[in-house]
Design a protein. Structure first.
Length: 127
């Protein structure tokens, strides 16, 4: 009976060790992938924020919601501004179609509201 108990404890120990090793490996992979935002994800977020802004305009959202979306867009744009000009250009070229659709939709929503705006770069309007 004593040997059986030792064998069971040994099996439990090995199983627990495997679980701990797997958890540590998973945590390492997550840590190595980084918490920072990739340029591609920043651009996708920008397009998503443009769509969110347009949705808010079309649904007559309160100005506070529009201001919140604008603030988040500005924060995202600051991160994008840290990219080199070459990387930023490649990024805009890669996402050009999506960006143009989002911008056109937003421009139409603004015009429906009777708001004239200027765009100095892709993103939310200056005014």
């Amino acid at each position: 009976m004593g040997q059986l108990r030792v064998a069971i404890n040994d099996l439990e120990y090995r199983a627990m060790k495997k679980i701990c090793v797997c958890c540590a490996a998973f945590a390492l992979l997550i840590g190595l992938s980084g918490c920072g935002s990739s340029p591609d994800s920043l651009m996708k977020k920008k397009i998503s924020l443009l769509s969110e802004f347009t949705d808010a305009l079309e649904s007559n959202a309160p100005p506070s919601k529009l201001a919140d979306i604008k603030k988040r867009t500005d924060e995202n744009d600051q991160k994008l501004a840290k990219l080199s000009e070459e990387d930023e250009k490649k990024l805009y070229e890669k996402h050009n179609d999506e960006m143009q659709k989002a911008m056109s939709r937003m421009k139409a929503a603004l015009m429906n509201k009777g708001i004239e705006v200027e765009f100095d770069s892709p993103g939310l309007p200056n005014k």
